[in-house]
Design a protein around this ligand. Structure first.
Ligand SMILES: Cc1cc2nc3c(=O)[nH]c(=O)nc-3n(C[C@H](O)[C@H](O)[C@H](O)COP(=O)(O)OP(=O)(O)OC[C@H]3O[C@@H](n4cnc5c(N)ncnc54)[C@H](O)[C@@H]3O)c2cc1C
Length: 467
């Protein structure tokens, strides 16, 4: 079978785009999710164009071979993991910014453009692409769109979904009106205007679709003007995670709107400091890091009000400053927390989201679960969104610790559902949250999802086994 597949692919894509070397193929066959199952891919294709993607999808449909799209492989749910016998379709080399329309504040990009590269390109024209997952230095726009990635400033500026106006995708199933299979059809979805309601929101289906409905080959994104002036930073130190969580609830209920409100516990701070020596004071049990980008005196007042809310919620100290060096060190610490912890052993990343008023209860539940299972949990959080990332750190090669971490992971999912939350705030379902999704969603919603998938991919070749 592999021989026939390789032969068919060789007829439609250039030889230097095919990946057959087993080590290279293995390296592009998984994402960053710890312990998510990885199958054995048959072949990899490093697509350079939409035509490559369409040709690969046609061949795969003909031979009934699964297609697993891949951006940078920074996903944390196993979404880009190979399934047995699949083609891993690597989009990272489709990395051109095709157009930046300054007048209309819109850009058009290929899916392999790295988030930070896009930010840099539009910044040259005084524009800003806000969604900023902590993986922005590596993750691609195609991956961000397919997972509906969030990030640090989503609290004020929204998630990836809020910026996707239109896209092109290579699709299958009932995408053609003519006879025969629609696999390999290029569909142009959405628009490039600020408003528009013609037809159902098909773009919305692909945002967060995790490669299960087709392969995104081009994205049209909304941009914003660069924020005016430097941001103020407010830092609060707390004697417990729960006190920090109470401050988050208070900031929210007082109607304050920081552009960033992140939480880091001491385990994270120590791990980053020991690795990067940023000069962080890692003596508090938890730190809350807020940013305010409202210009002028209103911004000063907002920063002071956030510091006051932290103090009222029991902070050991809280201070607002415009010292950009200190602020950058803390934001950097937040971004580096995950790789810093990975140096200590395998890290299973949880990603639950609860209503913001329930952040304190969720943090209590996490501590109880950690204690009950004897698991080391370092917590970082896009706290202002109620999006918590307890990171379960295990000693390398310790099977009992792995099992305890996996049990704790499932219990945290149940705790989030019980608090009126969701099993994934931003990392997606992939392989790790399939059961959790079934526990969370209404049966009618699950049935509608299955029906959509059946209509758009009746052969079941687009990222099968993922959701
Ligand atoms: C250190 C670190 C920090 C992170 N921080 C955040 C964060 O703050 N917020 C957040 O939301 N996530 C975060 N993540 C998770 C991850 O970076 C995001 O999910 C990101 O959007 C994945 O992009 P990627 O290019 O790596 O995609 P991949 O991991 O390669 O793929 C992700 C999913 O998208 C599908 N896919 C990829 N490209 C396409 C395409 N062109 N067409 C169709 N399907 C496609 C894949 O099949 C897979 O299901 C973090 C990860 C790491 C390692």
């Amino acid at each position: 079978m592999h021989g026939a597949l390789l032969e068919a692919l060789s007829r439609v894509v250039a030889a230097d785009r095919l990946v057959v070397d087993p080590d290279v193929l293995a390296s592009i066959s998984h994402d960053d999710a710890e312990w998510a199952p990885v199958g054995r891919a048959a072949v990899g294709v490093r697509a350079r164009s939409e035509a490559d993607v369409a040709a690969v999808v046609r061949v795969c449909a003909e031979l009934r071979v699964p297609v697993v799209p891949r951006g940078a492989g920074t996903g944390l749910a196993g979404g880009a993991n190979a399934v047995d016998g699949c083609v891993v379709l690597d989009l990272a080399r489709m990395d051109q910014v095709l157009e930046i329309d300054r007048d209309n504040m819109v850009c058009v990009v290929e899916p392999g453009v790295v988030n930070n590269d896009l930010k840099a390109a539009v910044a040259e024209l005084g524009l800003w692409y806000p969604p900023d997952p902590a993986s922005a230095a590596w993750s691609t726009i195609g991956g961000n769109v397919s997972t509906n990635a969030g990030g640090l400033c989503c609290l004020k500026y929204g998630v990836t979904r809020d910026y996707v106006l239109g896209l092109r995708a290579v699709v299958g199933g009932r995408s053609g009106y003519g006879a025969g299979s629609g696999y390999g059809t290029v569909a142009r979805l959405g628009r490039r205007t600020t408003k528009g309601v013609a037809g159902l929101d098909l773009v919305g289906l692909f945002v967060g679709g995790e490669g299960t409905l087709g392969v995104v080959t081009e994205v049209t994104l909304r941009l914003r003007p660069q924020p005016a002036g430097p941001a103020r930073t407010v830092v609060g130190a707390f004697g417990s995670l729960v006190a920090a969580g109470s401050a988050v609830s208070l900031i929210t209920s007082r109607g304050l709107s920081p552009s960033v409100l992140e939480l880091l516990d001491r385990t994270c701070l120590v791990a980053v400091e020991e690795w990067k020596h940023l000069g962080l004071a890692a003596d508090a049990f938890a730190l809350l890091l807020a940013r305010v980008d409202t210009p002028g005196s209103s911004g000063d007042a907002e920063a002071a009000a956030i510091a006051a809310a932290m103090t009222d919620a029991g902070a050991q100290w809280a201070s607002a400053s415009s010292d950009s060096v200190e602020a950058e060190a803390l934001v950097e610490a937040r971004r580096l927390a995950y790789p810093a912890l990975e140096r200590l052993g395998p890290v299973l990343t949880e990603d639950v989201c609860v209503p913001r008023s329930r952040v304190p209860q969720a943090l209590v539940a996490i501590e109880e679960i950690a204690a009950r299972h004897g698991v080391t949990i370092a917590t970082i959080a896009h706290a202002g969104d109620g999006n918590l990332h307890p990171l379960l750190v295990t000693p390398p090669g310790d099977d009992a610790a792995r099992q305890a971490a996996q049990a704790a992971f499932e219990e945290m999912i149940d705790a989030a559902i019980a608090l009126g939350g969701t099993v994934t705030g931003e990392h997606g379902i992939g392989l790790l949250k399939r059961d959790g999704m079934r526990r969370e969603l209404d049966p009618a919603a699950l049935a509608m999802q299955d029906a959509i998938r059946q209509a758009l991919d009746p052969l079941g070749i687009f990222n099968p086994g993922k959701a």
